[in-house]
Design a protein around this ligand. Sequence first.
Ligand code: SAH
Length: 254
Amino acid sequence: MGKVYLVGAGPGTVDLLTLRAARLLARADVVFHDALVDDEVLALAPQARKVAVGKRCGRLSTAQQFINRQLVDAAQRHACVVRLKGGDPMLFGRAQEEIAALSGAGIEVEVVPGISAAFGASAALGQSLTRRGVSRSVAFLTPAVGQGEQPHAWADAARGADTVVLYMASRQAQAIADGLVAAGLPASRPAVLVENASRPDQRVLPTTVAGLPAAAGELGDGPALILVGEVYAELVQDACRVALQDRGLRAAAA
Ligand code: SAH
């Protein structure tokens, strides 16, 4: 009986993988990966059979139960099975369901942490999620719910934290902005959209809660986070200043 490693692949760039992840990939017999995992990361496991079990909204996806069964089957046939997940496996990655299925089948599981998108984005922004006197708490939230689940009262949690990071939310920016305002956040609270954090095609769109729907309209189809909080005030002010200067320059040129 083999062992299954639930491995965090980080936010996308190969050199943000942990050394432990790279070493496991180098000796993996099979690698199950989701859609957010980069080819360069997969290239670290040249000998392994690669199985895409991707899950991206609106695209081809594999039912979780089927993934669980494939993991169990693979562990019964191979010594080293790697289940690669974007970011950190223990955040919005359905890791618990896979751990339960494997443990239930008597298969050993080990989790290898990864850099979650929130940390990739924070590094890219040069803005700490916490700051003395401004932010002492961070909430990682998602408005996404599974099929048949009741809508979740995610906005209540947003009210309780100084800085809020929303995963799987950028495609419903209008509902997010409405939810945040209904929960009592000021519409003028600074917000930033970060698409493809840490990747070469990274994009940063500073705005406010009220400006989220318009800003989200400029996003491509890469994964994106919404970050909200006073810690982003300078970033948003700087972006406004640049936009005003641009407009001034265009007006002067016209
Ligand atoms: N376990 C992952 C999150 C999986 S949920 C982690 O820890 O990062 C998938 C969501 O993560 C996407 O919808 C998006 O909101 C976010 N995400 C993943 N990679 C990202 C990246 N490189 N840049 C911005 N957001 C990203």
